[in-house]
Design a protein around this ligand. Structure first.
Ligand code: SF4
Length: 424
């Protein structure tokens, strides 16, 4: 299997100040306790004035297209409809990130009327959901389909699903990808986020030079578990099931630029067949044209544009190899399956996110151009590390335990400056 080469993909141009998304957390309260959640579950909602102040602050610090309204679970916030209305009033796209437990038809109609553009449902087998425990990811597709039905009943909304990938569910990722493909007409995006946790195995953690009380953090675990699944691992299992799977764009890491922190692929086809995958040039054109015409990089594509597979294949074939291959297959399908070839040709994003990596020497490899930046004391911060700022007032840093022991055992090493210490 050919390795995915970052030099053949489009490196997304997203930065801290010019980025498609702003991550808003109006509440810390949630009605689930998912394995690997990085937010403390506290019965606390931000008053609407505070939410508005945060939106204004985002607008001063970042050029964003959409707002991911998250939490906790934002549907638990008593003014979630008003929050959506205020985001829409700013001319940005409100997207709700929810586990869906509290979502009802009437509420969804209200949210849509307030300007909601879409929803991202977090559904996987490690959430301890009532009635859905001890299920495989394939069995969880039944629940995913229930949410798709609900969104389709209201209509006109973008619909995405994200799942955390654990050691015991990595090989089940293709079941979710296949479900997504079979629902390409109603599911616009499928996202996989590799499991991460802070473990004391091999590293000591410090804040301001002092040992950090990592047990205060919701994502610290004391049992060794696999926390190093990469986007490449997920891409490999997807490609084993779908040999044609071809990513087109990525975000690299702050320490390892060749790491795939966000890995994007765009499927082209119908429920019955995939003709191919968008190439790097087409993704580049999409981002650049959106930025040129709106002044912002695109966050969530309007559902209507995801039904434009036909014109994309006709136009994109001129300059994009992936699109050209898809167009050729589509053309051939007129002979084998004319009805499907004449049907609406659709686009669907398949995204893999690889959160923080702890490098051997203790440095943390974050997503360079993180789309999920949130606010802490008026500053943009990684939402996945917000707990450290809340608990410690600053980010924790890690050092290999072996080096720490060496330093502790050697007065000569203790006298040295940290940069002079032996590496891991
Ligand atoms: S760095 Fe940003 S995008 Fe990456 S996992 Fe953390 S919050 Fe998400």
């Amino acid at each position: 299997m050919q390795a995915i080469d970052p030099l053949r993909l489009y490196r997304l141009p997203w930065t801290l100040t010019d980025n498609p998304i702003a991550w808003l957390e109006p509440t810390m309260q949630c009605n689930l306790a998912c394995d690997g959640c990085y937010r403390q579950n506290v019965k606390e909602h931000k008053p609407i004035e505070e939410v508005q102040a945060e939106l204004d602050c985002f607008a001063r610090l970042r050029n964003f297209d959409g707002v991911s309204i998250a939490g906790g679970d934002p549907l638990m916030h008593p003014e979630v409809v008003e929050i959506v209305r205020r985001v829409a009033k700013m001319g940005r796209k409100p997207i709700i990130n929810t586990n869906g437990l509290d979502l009802r038809y009437e509420l969804l109609r209200e949210l849509k009327a307030a300007g909601l553009v879409g929803l991202t449902f977090h559904v996987d087998s490690h959430q301890g959901r009532p009635g859905w425990r001890n299920k495989t990811e394939r069995e969880m597709n039944e629940l995913r389909s229930e949410y798709v039905e609900l969104v389709a009943r209201v209509g006109g909304l973008a619909c995405a699903f994200n799942s955390t990938v654990y050691d015991d569910t990595l090989d089940q990722v293709p079941d979710v990808v296949a479900w997504g493909r079979e629902n390409i007409d109603r599911v616009n995006t499928v996202v996989f986020i590799t499991y991460r946790a802070a473990i004391a195995d091999g590293f000591d953690y410090f804040v301001g030079g002092q040992k950090a009380e990592m047990q205060k953090l919701v994502y610290t675990i004391d049992q060794p578990r696999r926390t190093d699944i990469t986007a490449r691992d997920v891409a490999r299992v997807i490609r084993e099931a779908e040999p044609d799977y071809e990513p087109c764009a990525y975000l690299g890491g702050t320490v390892d630029p060749q790491s795939f922190k966000w890995l994007l692929a765009m499927r082209i086809g119908t429920r019955r067949r995939t003709h191919g995958w968008m190439g790097a040039r087409m993704m580049e054109a999409t981002q650049v044209i959106h930025h040129l015409t709106t002044g912002r990089y695109m966050s969530y594509a309007p559902p209507a544009s995801l039904e434009a597979g036909r014109s994309l294949m006709l136009g994109g074939s001129l300059f994009d190899r992936g699109v050209r291959q898809a167009a050729a297959r589509w053309a051939r399908s007129f002979l084998s399956d004319p009805r499907d070839a004449l049907a609406t040709q659709r686009l669907q994003a398949v995204v893999v996110i690889q959160p923080i990596d702890l490098m051997e020497d203790g440095r943390d490899n974050m997503c360079d151009g993180c789309p999920d930046m949130t606010l802490h004391e008026g500053k943009l911060v990684w939402s996945c590390r917000l707990e450290e700022l809340r608990q410690f007032g600053q980010l924790a840093s890690a050092a290999p335990t072996r080096v720490c022991r060496q330093v502790e055992a050697s007065p000569e090493l203790r006298a040295r400056d940290a940069s002079e210490l032996p590496s891991a």
